[in-house]
Every structure is written in structure tokens, then in C-alpha cells.
Design a protein. Structure first.
Length: 357
């Protein structure tokens, strides 16, 4: 099997071709006593090596970290000794002949991964957007709830909350509570698709004239907010933004600092994919579809305002829109997580009213 490698001073990532292959390799290495950790894109993001629009290529379910130094040397040697071929991932900057004393080959010149879904592309808001992992450039029921058994919840241990750990034990296959059961995944998919259908019925029933009036009133309330035609002009610009999805009579209100910028933040929404285990926000009969479940061409208009006080102004702008027209799952503002910790998540959650459907 060909395994791709990326390495930083803090981690050594092994990229398997499939989720099943990654899980099998992890189990073998752990059983043999090697130190294996979950993969995280943070280091690669800090190095700036992930290409624009390619964040979904980083799938933690098929990547694992063999750490560094002697631990990495031992694990990589074990993989090589088992007949696996170690090749540098195309993202690896300045690939060397070896890493931690283990030979890693340069990648052959090749076409992009078929799984990356790069065949479909379009020019959108002044830049090229591409379909990733076969998700298409518009949201689709067929690709909405693809099962991924790997939990995206933060790692924790039974010692932290034995009662909750034991109560959740039945939904996991493994002792570490990282791999979800088939039964849970099938139920999650059924409920997620039910929620998807409820949301689509909700969108279809909305009055487009009322939506446009609400949009124009909200935009007019923000002096200096303008319609965006070229997203590239907003690189590194802090402020507020409104993504408009006209087909669904929906908006998403967001805020960002100059560290990310409006353009990059919007592109992240287009290229991210809401994790399978987080498709539902609350119950299936009240969950709002995530903006990250929609694709690039679903966004038909963008409005933006440059400001250094974007997080202070985010929730007041969001509250100007009737809830039925919004995709935000929580109230706006920089301190929403801290506020939720004080008063409870229910106080910051935004829910959908499906009583008419």
C-alpha cells in the first residue's frame, strides 16, 4: 500500500488511501505498542502549505500521527517493513530523502486524487471554486449525510466524567470512544436526512419578496456595507459579511479579524464540510442546516463591511433578520462560547420552527 507522509517539527502524519485502511493500520500499530495520535491540520495550516480550496483533502479519518523522533522512526520502519511504500504528500514543503532516519520517496507526477472531486469548477466572485470529494458545487441530498464513523468530539477520558462516559459507551465500538457504531451512524443519517427535508420544505415556503425586503433593510442599517463582486479585494480585511443564498431565501451573518480576513473566511465556508456527527444541532425537528453544508455556488450574493469591531456588531446585525431567513446556528459575537459556558448552550442556540410542515 502507498502511504503519503507529511512532517513538521511537531508531528509526522501518515495518509492512508482510505478510512478503512487507516483504521486497520492504526489498530496494528497500537497493538504493537507504537505511539499513535489523532491527526490535526493545525500544524500544516500554520506552515501555510494547504492550498486554497483544498482543506477537505485533510480527512482525519484516514490520517494519523506517529509523532516525532524515535517514536516516529520506529513506527515508520514498522510500516516500511510490512511492505508499505512511504511517499511524500504533494503538500510537503522541501521534501528530503529521509524523515527521522526513514527513507521517504518523492511523489510521482500524477493527476489530482479522484476523491478530491476537482473535475467540476467555476469562476465565482472573481476566483475559481472547485468541487471537493465529489460534493459538487451546490448542496445535494445525495451527498449531504455521507457516513463517517470517526468521532470529532474532543478527546477525553472516563476519569473526567464516569457517569457520562458509561452512558455514551454503547454508541462507540472502541474503548477510547473514537469510532462510532454502525447503529448510531445509520440512525444519525436517517435523522439528518429527515432534518434536511424539513429545512428544504421550510425554504420553499418562504416569501421571496419578504426576504429581499428584510435583506435590504439589514444592509441599509450598516453604513459602508457594500456588495462584493471580487472576493480577492477582501483578502486580509477584517469586518462583517453577509452571505446570501437566494435560491433558499437564506443569509449567513459572520465576522472575522484581519488575521483571517473576509475572503478567506468565506472560502472556508465553501470548502469546509460539516462533520457527519455534527450535522444535527439539537433535535432533527429543530436543527438549522449549517452554512458549511452548502457549497460555493449556493452563495449568490455577498455583502461586506470593513470594521475592526466586527464581533461586537455581528449579533446586532444578525438579529435584524427574522430567524426564518438565517442559517446561523448560534448567536453572534466573540464571547458566545464563554457565554454558553455560563448560561448553558440552550441560551445561545438558534433553532428552526418546522411546525408548519
Amino acid at each position: 500500500m502507498e502511504l503519503e507522509i507529511t512532517a513538521t517539527p511537531r508531528e509526522t502524519l501518515v495518509w492512508a488511501p482510505t478510512v478503512d485502511a487507516a483504521q486497520a493500520l492504526r489498530r496494528t500499530l497500537v497493538d504493537d505498542g507504537y505511539l499513535i495520535r489523532d491527526a490535526d491540520p493545525w500544524e500544516l495550516q500554520q506552515l501555510g502549505v494547504i492550498p486554497d480550496g483544498a482543506h477537505l483533502e485533510f480527512d482525519p479519518a484516514r490520517i494519523f500521527d506517529v509523532t516525532i523522533g524515535g517514536e516516529a522512526n520506529a513506527a515508520l520502519h514498522a510500516l516500511s517493513d510490512d511492505g508499505h511504500r512511504l511517499v511524500w504528500h504533494p503538500w510537503q514543503p522541501y521534501p528530503a530523502r529521509k524523515v527521522w532516519g526513514v527513507t521517504v520517496l518523492l511523489p510521482r507526477r500524477r493527476q489530482p486524487h479522484a476523491a478530491a472531486g476537482t473535475s467540476e469548477s467555476a469562476v465565482h466572485f472573481g476566483g475559481t471554486v472547485r468541487s471537493l470529494r465529489g460534493l459538487g458545487l451546490k448542496i445535494s441530498r445525495e451527498t449531504y449525510a455521507t457516513i463517517n464513523k470517526r468521532s470529532t468530539a474532543p478527546r477525553w477520558s472516563r476519569e473526567e466524567d464516569p457517569v457520562l462516559w458509561d452512558r455514551l459507551d454503547h454508541i462507540f465500538e472502541d474503548d477510547e470512544h473514537r469510532i462510532l457504531t454502525d447503529e448510531w451512524c445509520n440512525a444519525q443519517r436517517e435523522q439528518a436526512l429527515m432534518n434536511y427535508d424539513l429545512n428544504m420544505a421550510h425554504f420553499a415556503a418562504l416569501d421571496r419578496g419578504e426576504f429581499e425586503a428584510a435583506l435590504q433593510a439589514a444592509i441599509a442599517s450598516q453604513p459602508g456595507m457594500v456588495e462584493v463582486t471580487d472576493l480577492g479585494e477582501w483578502d486580509g480585511v477584517p469586518g462583517l459579511y453577509v452571505m446570501v443564498l437566494d435560491e433558499y431565501a437564506q443569509v449567513y451573518v459572520g465576522a472575522t479579524s484581519d488575521r483571517v480576513g473576509i475572503a478567506k473566511r468565506i472560502r472556508q465556508h465553501w470548502t469546509n464540510q460539516k462533520s457527519f456527527d455534527r450535522l444535527l444541532w439539537g433535535s432533527p425537528d429543530s436543527s438549522v442546516l449549517s452554512i458549511d453544508s452548502f457549497r460555493a455556488l449556493d452563495t449568490t450574493r455577498i455583502f461586506a463591511l470593513q470594521t475592526s469591531h466586527s464581533f461586537d456588531d455581528e449579533n446586532p446585525l444578525l438579529e435584524q433578520f427574522p430567524a426564518k431567513f438565517t442559517l446561523n446556528r448560534v448567536m453572534g459575537g466573540r464571547d458566545v462560547a464563554r457565554f454558553a459556558g455560563l448560561v448553558g448552550i440552550d441560551k445561545v442556540m438558534r433553532r428552526r420552527d418546522f411546525s408548519a410542515y
